[in-house]
Design a protein around this ligand. Structure first.
Ligand code: PEP
Ligand code: MN
Length: 337
């Protein structure tokens, strides 16, 4: 349920409504727009008679949200959520490109790749330190030692950092090094992890599960938001279908669908979607043309030698070419880069 306050309603009036709801045991989430506040009420709201709250001073209307997701919905927040991290704005007018290797391997690899992608215009450096590998015998990541390298490279080239968290016990140790915590496709419905991420105050990049519907994905984001962490970036990374030519099938339609349903920023990861570098660039262009707020792209300074996901990692020269192409596409869709 959401309670829409009148435009410019006085703070005391808002607080009176919040206090009444809290006394009755509901969780209240405030969304403050440019001239209007909307209160998201969660809990067993069926027991509320909406008329009671309609009569509170300063209340414009009380709306029952028909979708099962509430705080991720545009009903609660009309304006786009813009996430600010280390001088980078995600979800605003400027399209943000995140790039880097699949996994952190060593200092030379991270610094070389970071130097190249930063020079071409990437603003966020990616690199996994905890890797969800399909085989238990594959390289599992460098852990905190890897994160230290990622942070140092981020600082050197003035980039924010993003890295995947796989379990609750890793969160605290990641916080000093990572600006954005990524939840991978395999963990999109790890509800305990999502709830724990709701308790921190750093942005979360939430990838779509490989067989998740858009509604399930928004409900996963809702777990994080319900804890009070409202900074979530949704990332389409391809879903499993009957098609085997590409690693996954990129659901480009998810981007305009989410832009309508939710206020959260949406980015695309064409690397994991197609799984081969010759198809990454066309899909990356499509993400921006479809209204995406940014991209997550795997780039390796020497992809032939990559420990993980080499075949889908762009050569730095390809990444530079892609960024040049985006400079043409981005203004055509009314954005900046
Ligand atoms: C990754 O970004 O390296 C990754 C493992 O992605 P996904 O969870 O989308 O497979
Ligand atoms: Mn990867």
């Amino acid at each position: 349920m959401v309670i829409v306050m009148e435009k410019h309603a006085a703070e005391e009036k808002i607080e009176r409504v919040v206090a009444e709801l809290s006394t009755r045991g509901f969780d209240v989430h405030r969304s403050t727009g440019t001239d209007q506040t909307v209160l998201g009420v969660v809990g067993h709201v069926d027991t509320i008679d909406t008329r009671e709250f309609e009569l509170f001073d300063g209340v414009q209307e009380v709306v029952r949200v028909s979708e099962p997701y509430k705080l991720t919905s545009r009903t609660w927040r009309k304006e786009n959520t813009v996430i600010k991290v280390r001088g980078v704005e995600i979800g605003g007018e400027t399209v943000v490109v995140m790039a880097g290797p699949c996994t952190i391997e060593n200092e030379h690899q991270v610094f070389e790749t970071a130097r190249r992608v930063a020079r071409s215009g990437a603003r966020v450096l990616r690199g996994g330190a905890y890797k969800p590998r399909t085989s238990p015998y594959a390289f599992q990541g460098m852990g905190v030692d890897g994160l230290k390298i990622l942070r140092a490279a981020g600082d050197e080239f003035n980039m924010a950092t993003v890295s995947e968290v796989m379990e609750i016990s890793q969160i605290e140790g990641m916080l000093p090094y990572v600006d954005i915590l990524q939840v991978g496709a395999r963990n999109m419905q790890n509800f305990n992890l999502l709830s724990a991420l709701g308790q921190i105050r750093k942005p979360i990049l939430l990838k779509r599960g490989m067989s998740a519907t858009i509604q399930e994905w928004l409900l996963a984001a809702e777990y994080i938001m319900a804890g009070g962490n409202y900074e979530i970036i949704l990332c389409e990374r391809g879903i499993r279908t009957f098609e085997t030519y590409t690693r996954n099938t990129f659901d480009i339609s998810a981007i305009p669908v989410l832009n309508k349903l939710s206020h959260l920023p949406v980015i695309g990861d064409p690397s994991h979607a197609v799984g081969r570098r010759d198809k990454v660039m066309p899909l990356a262009r499509a993400v921006i043309a479809a209204g995406g707020d940014g991209l997550l792209i795997e780039v390796h300074h020497d992809p032939e030698k990559a420990v993980c996901d080499g075949p889908q990692s762009l050569y730095p020269e390809q990444f530079t070419r892609l960024m040049d192409e985006l400079k043409i596409i981005v203004p055509a869709v009314g954005r900046r880069i």
